[in-house]
Design a protein around this ligand. Structure first.
Ligand SMILES: Nc1ncnc2c1ncn2[C@@H]1O[C@H](COP(=O)(O)OP(=O)(O)OP(=O)(O)O)[C@@H](O)[C@H]1O
Ligand SMILES: [Mg+2]
Length: 450
């Protein structure tokens, strides 16, 4: 029986009464400790975990109400039942206000006490369960604003926890919109560097000519526009994290300089004769295939290995569809609040469309779709009419399914596929040829046959 595990502390300076209570409750299968001294009771509460505290209200030493107050502090989840011979409503109300679970006035029937006590224990059990579940939900479904319960996301949460306190460089790869930046921030703000700066540099957004001086800084007079000394971002990130977004867009000459910074832990600003030591952790991201770029001579292999001491690959959303409902709910809540609308859910039909779609733009695309839907929505739930047409290309409408249904020949399938690709590329024949793996001439020939 569950009672066997429940531990009850009885505090009553009327020892006879306490002893009697204890006997009865032990017969009922509870673990009971009894004391006549309220100060001792307090130290017991500090040392051990009790599932329930039963205390007299009128005692020598620490009075029942004071004990209640202290108990609420040291053991906030342990329910307290007050017993009082002077059943004035006033003190009982005061006790209830101070957080007592219930009170019982002497003289009472044992049955009455046991009933109240079981209810209190049940409430505690439920509350513990809720806390446990909430913790579990928090840890399983979400990690520092990263939503996802799929095994692949949970692996990423584990990895973040294991590496956030190390100084190792991290390379995060994955398709656009999979949450690379979110993960980079989670690593920084979870780790020992969280008090240090998080400096983000988008290597694709800063013009090549500027990137070097932005990163390294310069001495006054280093070049024509250098009117005064300027600290580079590599310094700004000292003792913190340097986030190099889209690292593959860094010019190859600068890659060599960055490699030197990593190897020597020193930075030399443009035009400076001195080098300065820095302590930075670099987290970089890429949505391109770096080994291919290395083969093409566009990315330095040695830098690659320096950057990916730890590598994290973000899974595309279509490979973890079980996260879609959670993300949908998360973004509905977010945009509903932001836009002060009254949308709280999604219809089953609309959710099915979400689950069937391939999400080439990953979580970012899903986020945008929800934002748009909430803007358009006239109701409390998102319905298919609120969704953009791109989402309606369902499995059944896919080219393959059509080919099966209509029993296409290979020639027919090829023609259909070429048409689709041309639609996809907006009629751009060079792009289409590239996707199809044809040279332009062959594509033209095929188009003429079409
Ligand atoms: N697991 C997730 N939970 C909640 N929000 C997410 C998740 N993944 C991505 N997002 C959201 O999607 C958007 C894109 O995420 P982020 O900028 O981190 O992607 P990215 O991988 O860096 O994309 P890109 O390669 O295009 O820069 C952000 O608004 C981010 O908050
Ligand atoms: Mg990004």
């Amino acid at each position: 029986m569950r009672e066997g595990n429940d531990r009850i502390l009885i505090v009553d300076d009327d020892l006879e009464m306490g002893g009697l209570l204890s006997e009865v409750l032990q017969e009922e299968g509870f673990h009971v400790s009894t004391t006549g001294d309220s100060l001792e009771a307090l130290s017991l509460l500090k040392r051990e975990e009790f599932d329930l505290l039963i205390t007299d209200l009128k005692m020598k030493g620490l009075k029942g109400l004071d004990l209640l107050e202290e108990a609420k502090r040291v053991a906030p989840t342990t329910p307290v039942i007050i017993i009082t011979a002077f059943g004035t409503i006033e003190s009982a109300i005061k006790a209830m206000k101070m957080g007592a679970y219930d009170y019982i006035t002497k003289p009472f029937q044992m049955d009455e006490l046991i009933l109240t006590l079981r209810k209190a224990l049940e409430t505690r059990q439920l509350r513990k369960e809720v806390i446990r579940l909430r913790k579990e939900v928090e840890s399983r479904y979400q990690f520092h604003q990263i939503i996802g319960k799929s095994p692949s996301m949970q692996k990423i949460y584990d990895l973040i926890e294991r590496i956030c306190d190390t100084p190792s460089n991290v390379l995060i790869t994955g398709e656009s919109g999979t949450g690379k930046e979110l993960v980079a921030k989670a690593i920084h703000y979870n780790g020992i560097r969280k008090e240090g700066p998080f400096i983000a540099v988008n290597c694709a957004a800063i013009p090549e000519a500027l990137l070097e001086s932005e990163l390294f800084g310069y001495k006054k007079g280093a070049f024509t526009d250098a009117k005064s000394d300027k600290k580079g971002l590599l310094f700004e990130a000292n003792e913190g994290t340097l986030f190099l977004d889209e690292i593959t867009e860094m010019p190859i000459s600068l890659q060599a300089k960055l490699l030197r910074v990593i190897e020597e832990r020193e930075v030399r600003p443009l035009g400076d004769t001195n080098s300065y030591s820095v302590d930075i952790r670099i987290i970089s991201t890429s949505n391109r295939d770096i080994p291919t770029l290395i083969q093409q001579g566009r990315f330095r292999e040695d830098l690659y290995y320096r950057l990916k001491v730890i590598d994290i690959e973000m899974p595309p959303l279509r490979d973890r569809r079980e996260d879609i409902p959670l993300l949908v709910q998360h973004f509905i809540k977010k945009f509903n609040q932001e836009m002060k609308k009254n949308v709280s859910s999604i219809s089953e039909e609309a959710l099915r469309i979400f689950l069937n779609y391939s999400w080439p733009g990953n979580v970012r695309e899903l986020e945008n779709v929800i934002q748009r839907a909430i803007t358009l929505s006239q109701r409390e739930e998102i319905i298919p009419e609120d969704l953009p047409s791109a989402l309606f290309l369902k499995e059944e409408e896919s080219l393959f399914m059509k080919a099966f249904e209509k029993k296409f020949t290979l020639d027919q399938l090829e023609r259909e596929y070429i048409k689709r690709v041309l639609i996809e590329t907006g009629g751009n024949k060079s792009k289409a040829a590239e996707i199809l793996g044809l040279d332009r001439k062959t594509l033209y020939r095929k188009l003429q046959e079409l």
